[in-house]
Design a protein around this ligand. Sequence first.
Ligand code: BDR
Ligand code: CA
Length: 314
Amino acid sequence: MKKMIIDADTGIDDALAILYALKSPSIKVEGITTVFGNINVEKATDNTLRMIQLAAPSYEVPVAQGAGKPLKRGNPQFGTHVHGANGIGNVEIPASAQQVLDEAAADFILRKSHELEGELILVTLGRMTNLAHAIEKDPDVCQRIKHVYVMGGAVAVPGNVTPVSEANIWGDPEAAELVFDSGVPLTMVGLDVTMKTLLTGEHLDRLQQACGEENDEMVNFIRESHRFYFDFYRSSNYFIDAAPIHDPLTILIAEDPSIVTTQQMNVKVVCDSELCSGMTVADLRRKSLIGSPINVCTNVDAALAVDRLLHAFI
Ligand code: BDR
Ligand code: CA
């Protein structure tokens, strides 16, 4: 059983990632921490609570709210053009009565890192601000966490916010730099693999036909929210009739790393450049002179990943 904290800016693909994690028999979700990103942190928290209620009302997953703005920069930037004004494709689902913890996300991560020393897996699906705050407070957390899986970055492919930068790194590069340079064991699940792992309308049709009655509401939500996501990917710069499963893939990899190939590279996060801010530069020279050693996902068994994702709801 993999013991995970999921750190999310709960938009459309984060929501699917959370639903999957709550359904997977090999994952124990120890808590969910929230962060600004796709939407503001209050909406991310609210969406998270709704997802828990939708997937597993009796699961008792603690939720701790985290950063509402980047580590060092001014105003946060949001991705509502990708995820809708409410972050979940403008789909309305019932609110939850669950209370958020009276503990900040960074403190929750620190506490759980003591309780589950050597076992805790942290999966970041948004800006890395919460983990950066935790490391600033107590750098030894890096020795207690077993592994961090980060959805973010791009090494050999273009960015998705700028020509070179992926959204989660671009939205708080100083936090990403701090985490990458902290020495915490880290796997980067970047656009190199997530853009290869596509969910299509046909997948969702198949899912609806196959799902049991108990998962009806959840599958309806997945279909409805993905309508918005598909529209974005169809009409934006991508022109594809599908949506990459950035965040669910990161959970799938944390659950079973054998679905990807990885290569250790020295990676440097660019912070101080107007054009390249948020870029993850891999120093592939024979002798790397910049960056910190990071496991970078370079290839994925995309069909297997999508299959496993869908299977959880059948
Ligand atoms: C990442 O940015 C957000 O829009 C998604 O939720 C995902 O975490 C992809 O770049
Ligand atoms: Ca996300």
